[in-house]
Design a protein around this ligand. Structure first.
Ligand code: DHB
Ligand code: MG
Length: 629
């Protein structure tokens, strides 16, 4: 399998697009005619520029409204084709994509179209060129790859073949089994695109909402697997028309595209019938058994405040790092590191972002295998010098440039807190509050980054994403989507902020980037926890009394329970599986906070309560309101 992407998929002028495409590691690029027309250089210049990057031109496209034209239009389309053949030869590519005719002037008829293609094949052959025919989902007569294939079959010419495009097939729910019987040498190239399921006009959906395989809801992997079952092992080429991508970062979008194809190839290769696909093998998606620790970088002053909150939450300092000023706090299975060291990555992170939970350690079966999987999926590895005798924990860069460490029990990594740390006897009088484990980690990102990180987490880790929900902030909408595993041992909520007046938007603006905005811990008894917290001097986030009237009526709660919830500022929700209780801290710094949850079998995250707690958090952060700009 070789990877390619169409220039239309990313933002910028042609040179910037090509730079980003080459840097992301693609083998090939489809040159879109408009990108080429808008560029000042000659076709030969473009061809040279592509090849200088070590990339191949996979095809030139699109050639429109060709087949089935009545005279005199028919002669003119052939003349047009000859002109494009000239350009292709100058560019240095031998394949052109002809998409099915949408012109009202075009005539139907499989044999008429086949005859046109036969003649085009003859002309192309004279120049050593090839023509691939693709059915647009909205083509006037041909809108199904099965019909396009029948035309190609009847054209019966070695220089005429089929181009498959997952969007056109899957958007129309065409049976992908029909692909399996197409001879592989008649499939000239395969284009891939995913899309979110939205009920709208096919053309509009295709031209504005496509996204990378794995980012949307279409069964693109099954499609690619059906293609691979023919024995096809050529290019899989991304052709992504997306308004947001066109305006986004060319490098980031190209990198996402490359990751999406690597992931798709890995999934397809695992199907025994698609074994002919040449894809490097890599370890399985990483199964996460839990959160090993969360590490904050801070200066002394912020660290004092943070440690103050941790103590009221019932955490005790149990160890000190041997060589760095890092303290380890623990409660139940939850470990929090507070790093105030004046060197190393933590310190650089602090210099840029201020106090922040900049690193998360995940416990996996095999840390080296996890790192290998992540690297195969283009994640950036991280390491820094460690003192003699200390552990060099495998790590990658994650959201906002922060770190994800991998710990396992099969090596010394499982004993990091004994190897790198010295026990500490905490004399502070704190009541343990029954906090057992990390329930979820909430990361706030810019809205445009949501798909990037969803793809990052779902491709590297054994997780799934839940549907997106809108969280209403008094100053705007924040989109929220969860990445989680079945066991509930990894739950990450991603919140995409569109403007800086929302709590989430304010956080990333003030922190100079994306990062962990809150940490949620689990307790088995929220009321007992609340009582212990009170004794520790914990200040819960005050919730409006109006909320409790509403919640009592909405769920038909026993008034006595409502009173207890209200007294402790606990929020309530439930689903078919069970009840859910939430208790929040106030904000720390520019909008970071802690959450405590009790979940029976409840699967969600209390989204219906978000509007109330956001209003309360904002009031806590800035009683006078966030700045208006
Ligand atoms: O939207 C279009 O017109 C268009 C053009 C060429 C393609 O390959 C395609 O999938 C769509
Ligand atoms: Mg296409």
């Amino acid at each position: 399998m070789k990877t390619s992407i169409a220039t239309v998929s990313i933002s910028g002028e042609l040179p910037e697009k090509l730079e980003a495409i080459a840097r992301a590691g693609f083998d090939g690029v489809e040159i879109f005619e408009n990108d080429f027309l808008a560029f000042d250089g000659s076709p030969a210049d473009v061809g040279r520029m592509v090849r200088d990057h070590g990339v191949e031109i996979t095809l030139f496209q699109p050639f429109r409204d060709f087949e089935g034209m009545p005279e005199p239009l028919r002669s003119r389309t052939f003349d047009r084709a000859e002109r494009k053949f000239d350009v292709m030869q100058e560019l240095g590519t031998d394949l052109v994509l002809v998409c099915s005719n949408v012109s009202p002037a075009s005539l139907g008829g499989i044999d008429r179209a086949a005859a046109d293609f036969h003649e085009l094949g003859e002309r192309a052959a004279k120049r050593g060129l090839k023509v691939g025919y693709e059915a647009l989902a909205w083509g006037r007569h041909i809108n199904d790859h099965r019909d396009a294939w029948e035309i190609v079959r009847r054209a019966d010419h070695p220089n005429i073949g089929l181009i498959l495009d997952s969007f056109h097939t899957l958007s129309r729910k065409i049976d992908i089994n029909s692909i399996r019987s197409i001879p592989k040498d008649k499939i000239f190239i395969v284009q891939l695109a995913d899309a979110p399921l939205i009920d709208m006009d096919l053309l509009y959906w295709s031209r504005h909402f496509r996204n990378m395989p794995g980012e949307g809801d279409l069964p693109v992997t099954a499609f690619a697997t059906a293609v691979a079952e023919t024995g096809y092992d050529g290019y899989f080429s991304l052709e992504i028309f997306n308004d947001q991508f066109r305006g986004g970062s060319s490098r980031a979008i190209a990198a996402d595209g490359h990751r999406s194809l690597i992931y798709l190839g890995d999934q397809a290769r695992r199907n025994p019938n698609a074994g002919g696909l040449t894809v490097a093998s890599m370890p399985d998606r990483v199964s996460v058994k839990g959160v090993g620790f969360v590490e904050f970088s801070a200066d002394e002053e912020d660290a004092d405040d943070l440690i103050g909150i941790l103590r009221t939450l019932g955490f005790r300092k149990v160890a000190m790092h041997r060589t760095k000023t890092v303290s380890l706090f623990q409660q139940g299975d939850i470990r929090i590191l507070v790093n105030t060291d004046d060197g190393g990555f933590a310190n650089s992170s602090f210099a840029v972002h201020g106090t922040l939970a900049y690193a998360v350690a995940l416990v996996v079966d095999d840390a080296e295998a996890a790192l290998a999987r992540a690297r195969a999926l283009d994640a950036e590895p991280f390491s820094q010098p460690v003192a003699e005798g200390e552990l060099d924990v495998p790590a990658i860069r994650g959201v906002g440039g922060g770190l994800i460490y991998f710990l396992d029990d099969k090596t010394d990594l499982g004993h990091f807190s004994e190897i790198d740390f010295i026990p500490f006897d905490d004399k502070a009088a704190v009541q343990p509050a029954g906090l057992r484990t990390v329930d979820h980690i909430a990361q706030t990102v810019a809205y445009e980054e949501m798909l990037t990180w969803l793809l990052f987490y779902t491709s590297i880790f054994e997780t799934r994403k839940t549907p997106m929900v809108d969280i209403i902030d008094p100053a705007g909408v924040v989109r929220s989507q969860v990445v989680e595993n079945d066991a509930g041992t990894l739950r990450i909520t991603l919140n995409g902020a569109e403007n800086r007046r929302t709590l989430a938007g304010h956080f990333i603006a003030e922190k100079f980037g994306s990062g962990v905005q809150h940490l949620a811990f689990q307790t088995d008894d929220i009321f007992k926890t609340a009582e212990a917290l009170r004794k520790n001097g914990f200040q819960p986030l005050p919730i409006s009394p109006n909320y409790y009237d509403d919640v009592e009526a909405r769920f038909g709660l026993d008034p006595e329970l409502t009173e207890r919830l209200k007294a402790e500022n606990i929020l309530y929700d439930c689903d078919e599986q069970g009840e859910f209780f939430q208790l929040y801290s106030g904000t720390f710094g520019e909008g970071f906070f802690f959450e405590i949850v009790q979940r029976g079998g409840y699967r969600g995250y209390g989204a219906p309560n978000a509007i109330f707690r956001i209003a309360a958090l904002k009031k806590h952060l800035r009683p006078e309101g966030l700045p208006r700009e």
